[in-house]
Design a protein around this ligand. Sequence first.
Ligand code: G6P
Ligand code: MN
Length: 397
Amino acid sequence: MAKATEIILREQAPDVEFYYTDTDKKQVYEGADFVFIQIREGGLKMREMDEKIPLRNGCVGQETCGAGGVSYGLRSIGSLIEIVRDVRKYAPDAWIINYTNPAAIVSIALNREFPDDKKIFNLCDMPYGIMEAFANLLGKNALDFVPEYFGLNHYGWFTGLYDTCGNDLMNEALLAMKPGSPETEKLNIEKSAEKSWGETYRHLVTMCNDMPGSIPSTYFQYYLYPDMMVKLSDPEYTRANEVMDHREKIEFGHAKKIIEQNSAEGVNVVADLHGRYIINVVNSLANNLGKIYIVIVPNNGTISCLPDDAMVEVDCYVDKRGPRPFNVKQASLFQKALLQNQYAMEMLVVDAWYEGSRQKLAEALTLNRTVVNLPVAQKIADEIIEANMKWLPQFFK
Ligand code: G6P
Ligand code: MN
């Protein structure tokens, strides 16, 4: 991918100085103003494991939600802490923007490990992805939407959607959410994506009707409809398999072709959602634009039913000082209960990582809405620890 990127930049942005290395940390970090991080610890093979362990036990198998997300989180925390330490050694003042999943869990761990570091923040493209989906449905541009959003990562709601003139678009958006209406197919903007993303956007229509008044994160399909999601899943062929057979083949195929012909000509490489989003957020930060983006930040009172150390995903004003959230978000009793339960679940995962505690891991899984039964949680905890043995020596002391 790096070699192909070098060729693309040489052709399309020759003024950009580009280099890559997988060994020289000093070379990559020294003098950096912005460091974008996105790692997949264990690769897609371990993602497959994260999804299949819960499914074998009758629970949702997803890379960021439920037991799969817990497994992925435990595996990612250590490497991410190491990367941030390395960056800080060579670039003490750089902004660190982290896309690594599961963002909910790793952002808590980073906040715990580096409590005084005010220049790290976490990002997820899903809320912006939903904005692009609605922009397509309403015939608008997502970058012209001003959102109101609150929750935890992959666990939040849009409570408002405005245009730059202040017009409220929420009603129009929600009115369009008619189950089965062909119009709503427009929500699925990544037409080339695998079929499970099409289903996800169909479920979003259902969820908008089941939780009236807001637009929920698509990831609530796993937490609030776990039985349906388990039924729709094939424990032998999960999302990781879909990605390995489709997206990964396409992307690596592109890279290979670019390298072979030593040119990107005729190869259709485009920035996806993640790329579009992070660049816009950082543009607002670097150039002091003061635009509003949804970012993951320490709570500090923003969502009143959650403690200060919760990492919340909310709309923030982004300028040179970094992302600053708008106070205060009003949650319904139902939302409060969901958020507090999920917050405790995520905290317990991070506690389990620091302490090497199988007990806390089983408690976290029990609180997870996709697991619930303690004996099942204990069994999954053991399978997760076993599968991630290499990454989790603290559980074997
Ligand atoms: C969305 C989420 C990400 C997730 C991504 C990939 O963009 O916000 O957290 O990593 O989907 O999902 P996929 O199943 O397509 O690899
Ligand atoms: Mn995400």
